[in-house]
Structure formats: structure tokens, C-alpha cells
Design a protein around this ligand. Structure first.
Ligand SMILES: Cc1cc2nc3c(=O)[nH]c(=O)nc-3n(C[C@H](O)[C@H](O)[C@H](O)COP(=O)(O)O)c2cc1C
Length: 161
């Protein structure tokens, strides 16, 4: 199978979408073909179409959105050992809260747990892209950081597949 992945995201105000688009474009620039999907547009997920998955969600009440939670029902046990990465958007105060309470309030960490439960292979620590308030904007520098993250993922993927 040719190397091809799927990038799935949820969004309300467009910030997580921007991160997902940046990841998808950067992966392509580094030879990792992929399809980009808004989570509600994923009708059927065929394991034979994809070698890897990247999933992202806005953080809502310290976890992923309902649509992303629902999406995990589409990932069956044939995805075992496939590479994945997880990302989210969250507020800087949320990162601080997770640090102080030593408990993750991040959507991305919860996504990673779900995919690890499915015995998938986490390629990189999660990406937490910082946004201000509910609508954003993204903090300055987050697009650049996202590009670096996606590039690193593509490099690791080539060694893996
Ligand atoms: C109902 C609701 C709950 C939220 N809860 C959190 C939260 O627990 N932690 C956090 O960092 N941000 C929280 N936010 C802010 C979101 O993370 C922010 O709206 C989101 O990252 C923006 O992404 P989007 O533009 O892709 O929708 C919440 C936003 C909404 C609307």
C-alpha cells in the first residue's frame, strides 16, 4: 500500500481546523499523502485506505468534543499497530491547570489514550496548540510549531512504514 494517512479534526470557530490544515499540508510537503476530514464528514473509515491517522479536537471541559468521541467508534481492531498522533487546541490556563493538578485536562492527551487503548502506535507526544479564549485567535508562533511537528511526524513515519 502507498503511504497515505487521514487527518481528522473537529472545530467550532476554525482554530483547530487551521491546525489540521497546516498538519495536512506539511505532511504532503514531506511526502506523507493524506486526506483531511472534518470529523462529521467521515462517513466510513476503511482501514485498507490508510496507514496512519492524526486526530485533533478543541478542548471542551478538559476533554475532546462529542463528535471526536463518537468518531472513535469507527476505528476497529484492524488499526492495531498503525501510527498515530493527536493534537488539540486549548487555552494557556488549561496547560497550567494540568501542570498544577498533575492531571491532564487536554483533549489531545485523552485522544492519545483512546488510540493507545486500541493498541495503535503513538509516534510523537501530543501537540497542544494554544488559543486565547473560546474563539481564538491562536497564539503567535503556533502555526510554525505545528509545521515543525508535522515535519517530525513525516520523518518518523518514513522510518516506520
Ligand atoms: C463549551 C466549551 C468548553 C470549553 N472548555 C475548555 C477547556 O476545558 N479548556 C480549554 O483550554 N479550553 C476550553 N474551551 C475553549 C476551547 O478550547 C476553544 O474554543 C477551542 O480551542 C477553539 O477551537 P476551534 O476554533 O477549533 O473551535 C472551551 C470552549 C467551549 C465552547
Amino acid at each position: 500500500m502507498k503511504m497515505k494517512g487521514i487527518v481528522v479534526y473537529d472545530t467550532s470557530y476554525g482554530n483547530t481546523k487551521k491546525i489540521a490544515e497546516t498538519i495536512a499540508e506539511t505532511l504532503k510537503e514531506h511526502g506523507a499523502e493524506n486526506d483531511l476530514f472534518y470529523v462529521k464528514d467521515v462517513k466510513k473509515l476503511n482501514v485498507n485506505d490508510y496507514n496512519f491517522i492524526i486526530v485533533g479536537s478543541p478542548t471542551r471541559f478538559g476533554t475532546m468534543s462529542f463528535a471526536i468521541k463518537f468518531f472513535f467508534g469507527k476505528i476497529n481492531n484492524e488499526w492495531v499497530n498503525k501510527p498515530f498522533a493527536a493534537f488539540d487546541t486549548e487555552n494557556p490556563e488549561n496547560v497550567e491547570k494540568s501542570r498544577i493538578e498533575k492531571k491532564e485536562w487536554s483533549a489531545a492527551e485523552k485522544i492519545a489514550e483512546k488510540l493507545k487503548d486500541k493498541k495503535m502506535k503513538q509516534m510523537l507526544p501530543v501537540l497542544k496548540a494554544l488559543v486565547f479564549g473560546q474563539k481564538g485567535p491562536l497564539k503567535e508562533g503556533e502555526i510554525k510549531r505545528t509545521k515543525e511537528y508535522a515535519k517530525e511526524f513525516a520523518i518518523k513515519l518514513k522510518k516506520e512504514i
